[in-house]
Design a protein around this ligand. Structure first.
Ligand code: GAP
Length: 426
């Protein structure tokens, strides 16, 4: 299984999905850069998430808040005090470790066997000139609670959602995109009447499974874990982790937390601004409670890659294939001229490519090497369909469409291609 992760890291680099941050300067630990295919892929996942949880619903309001927030926010949220991991340092090689991640031989350095220091609580927030790079995006939703109330006049229950970057000074970043120092989060705070929290918690629990399936994450590799009180974040009254069976162990993919009225009460107290909701029927004023489903984008990408990666044989040839859900595939369609040196075949292929690109955006043109090699290259990046223009095209205006998963080829009229793919991608 470890091997599968190495293969995916290598594929990601080779095909332009993910590169080590600042690679030409030796690489920066805990930072990964998304290349042309990776950023398209990430963009598609964010788009799908936003469509699913925000645009298609009447009770969700999207925002995009600042990455920099002042100390006062983090004092109120409890992050100044509680957002810390136990750090131990090797007295010999000076390497740092998270004490809770070391195995039984806790007293010795796992790298050089040296003696380890006593643990100290290490706060993971990045400070910059008295401001902080947000370690979670949730506070952006809480500090804008009143703004959304005043401008949109929502009725309970309703949610405030955002997608954005968070920064954490992880003691030991590791496992590719799993534990990094900056990452995108897709998250919402769902505000409810206290008496309804259990029902809403259960509802979002089910909805998270719907998303898992929609994103193309293998459900059989996901399990729920009820997080024990001692292991929960300081703000949470109940947490369920959605764990994924990563090659390095079952680890948190997503989280679902019941934050009670902790955040809005703390911000009311610290900012002295009234953050109560006023019930339009009863006139009762109260601080709503919060259910928070949270989705890390990098971990989603890694789980989707691990779910979609296959090595199989098609037509007697070995191949690597990423069986992505077409909606999130970074390239939707690849167009090939069967031959490179016949001008009318090439110009017809270019014409089809330009039309499809205008409509679908993520379309490739490839005239390099034999057709088999071109299929292999597209399979490896998860392109669902390849369109080939051949001599017959010039006679009857049809092309072949080849399916990534089955290898099946059908002939289709050129002027019906747009509809064909639009339907497939709907
Ligand atoms: N607002 C709640 C919150 O931030 P969290 O469990 O600390 O909760 C949310 O983080 C999600 O962010 C996690 O479920 C995980 O998907 C992702 N995540 C957390 N730390 C990460 C890291 N160092 N690298 C990559 N993703 C991370």
């Amino acid at each position: 299984m470890e091997n599968k992760l190495e293969k995916i890291v290598s594929l990601c680099k080779r095909r332009g999905f993910v590169f080590q941050g600042s690679e030409i300067y030796g690489g920066l630990s805990g930072v990964w850069d998304y290349g042309p295919l990776g950023s398209e892929f990430a963009h598609n996942i964010k788009e799908l998430w936003w469509d699913h949880f925000v645009r298609s619903r009447e009770d969700m309001f999207g925002i995009s808040s600042g990455i920099l927030m002042p100390e006062s926010v983090w004092k109120a949220s409890g992050h100044m005090e509680d957002f810390a991991d136990p750090l131990v340092e090797c007295k010999k090689c000076k390497k740092r470790f998270r004490q809770d991640e070391l195995d039984e031989k806790k007293s010795k350095c796992p790298e050089c066997g040296g003696e380890l220091s006593e643990p100290r609580q290490f706060n993971m927030m990045f400070e910059t000139n008295g401001l902080y790079l947000r370690p979670e995006i949730a506070q952006g939703m809480f500090v804008n609670f009143k703004n959304v109330l005043d401008t949109m006049r929502p009725k309970l229950p309703f949610g405030i959602a955002q997608i954005g970057r968070a920064f954490r000074n992880e003691i030991s970043p590791r496992d590719f995109l799993f534990r990094v120092r900056e990452f995108d989060l897709m998250e919402f705070e769902y505000f409810v009447n206290e008496s309804d929290w259990k029902e809403n918690f259960e509802n979002w629990r089910k909805e998270m499974w719907v998303w898992i399936e929609k994103a193309g994450i293998n459900k059989t590799m996901v399990n729920e874990l009820e997080v024990a009180k001692n292991d929960r974040a300081h703000y949470s009254k109940r947490t369920i982790d959605f764990e994924f069976d990563f090659p390095f162990g079952k680890k948190e993919l997503y989280g679902l937390a019941y934050r009670g009225d902790y955040d809005l009460s703390r911000h009311t107290e610290h900012s002295k601004v009234d953050l109560k909701y006023s019930d339009p029927v009863s006139g009762e004023k109260f601080i709503p409670h919060v259910i928070e489903p949270t989705f890390g984008l990098g971990r989603t990408i890694l789980a989707v890659l691990l779910s979609a990666y296959y090595e199989d044989e098609l037509g007697g040839e070995k191949r690597i294939v990423l069986r992505f859900n077409p909606q999130i595939a970074p390239v939707k369609i690849a167009v090939f001229p069967l031959v490179k040196n016949k001008e009318n075949v090439v110009s017809k292929a270019r014409e089809i490519f330009v039309t499809l690109k205008k409509k679908f955006g993520a379309v490739d043109f490839d005239d390099n090497g034999n057709i088999g090699k071109r299929y292999r290259r597209q399979d490896e990046i998860g392109t669902p369909w390849c369109v080939t223009v051949d001599y017959q095209t010039l006679e009857d205006d049809t092309v072949t469409i080849r399916d990534r998963d089955t290898g099946e080829q059908i002939r289709h009229l050129v002027n019906e291609l747009e509809n064909y793919f639009a339907e497939k991608l709907a």
